[in-house]
Design a protein. Structure first.
Length: 122
């Protein structure tokens, strides 16, 4: 599997990653590290306690990392959580709705991790 094929498999935007990271070698390096960096796991953990600060900070980190890697759907989903818990913003969603969004993030993350695993296996 090539790197562009990986991006097609996981629903990512390879061209976006290339615009940010400029060379395929860097995309390869960072996409391989993504499942191990723990930022999405930390977001999901913050969701278990509905910790507003933790949700804001980790969702913001997920949004940035994923945007840089061209994982736009995951970045967009994290952006929704970021804005929901941004200090000074009034909450618009219930805890149950946030839980559903986090469940969707977990599903996307698992699909991405599986695609990366297959990519690494060749």
């Amino acid at each position: 599997m090539t790197l562009p094929e990986l991006y097609q498999t996981i629903g990512g935007d390879y061209d976006q990653a290339l615009r940010v990271l400029h060379i395929e070698k860097l995309i390869d390096k960072h996409i391989r590290k993504f499942p191990k960096n723990g930022v999405v796991d930390t977001l999901l953990d913050a969701g278990k306690t509905m910790d507003p600060t933790g949700l804001f900070e980790t969702a913001h980190a997920v949004k940035g990392v994923c945007a840089n890697l061209g994982l736009t759907a995951l970045s967009d989903a994290a952006a929704e959580i970021t804005e929901e818990f941004r200090p000074g913003n009034a909450r618009k969603l219930s805890d149950a709705e946030i839980g559903e969004k986090l469940h969707n993030i977990e599903d996307m993350y698992n699909r991405i991790k599986e695609g990366i695993r297959q990519y690494e296996e060749g």
